[in-house]
Design a binder for this molecule. Sequence first.
Ligand code: GUN
Length: 274
Amino acid sequence: MVILDGKKTSSKILAEVKNRVSTMNIVPHLAVILVGENPASIIYVNNKKKAAEQVGIKSTIIKMEKDITEQYLLDEIAELNNDNTVTGILVQLPLPEHINKNNIITAISPQKDVDGFHPENVGKLVSGIEPYFYPATPQGILMLTDEYNIPLEGKHAVVIGRSNIVGKPMGQMLLKRNATVTMCHSYTNNLDEIIKTADLVVSAVGKKIVRCKMVRKNSVVIDVGIFKDSNGKLTGDVDFDIVSPSCGFITPVPGGVGPMTIASLMYNASKVYP
Ligand code: GUN
């Protein structure tokens, strides 16, 4: 069994991005909007800022009170869209309930949508047209499997979770790599039986859900989940002790997908469209 080292691979990608940024004739500028004080969001946003600094990308965190109106946020996005010195815009999710997330995502210019969440970018991905940006987490997962030369063509990929951030784009990007994709979610019957037929499992649920003893020999297990267990220890969707002895490759939590998401986002933030 091989541990897929997301920390090491992300350092390598960040070094490549830094190199590329240093040769560009403009400094990319990522604007990150944070609404409210969700503790996890504050950590994520600070990590993004740190990574941007590391690779020579300018970043600005725009903090807003949790009770701002949707229109206030839309006005700020319009301003950033029109600002030629801002090359990337990211609105940290989740947003407070009174703000319609879809209206916000749709307001961001697709050419500055470093998350790849705008319907134009999603539609392009699904239609087989090159989007301006691919969502960071699935793109980071493919950077990691590519680093370990893991073949995907013709393989059975089982994606657990159907979020717009991870599961759905992951499925589309695996299809693009000619994998056979099964999308699973909370209503899926016989999940364990499906997992046992997978060459690749990507779990993005946020619950301890992958715990079957005998996954396929040489299978690849990617754990996107990250949450605290009852003892306050960081853990993922996969029961590492049960699953790791029978699989071929597995990501640790922490140190697997998390750092890859950041590196992948910085790769996106270094892309500048005129
Ligand atoms: N919240 C959790 N993941 C993400 C992400 O990838 N992008 C944004 N904008 N918010 C998130």
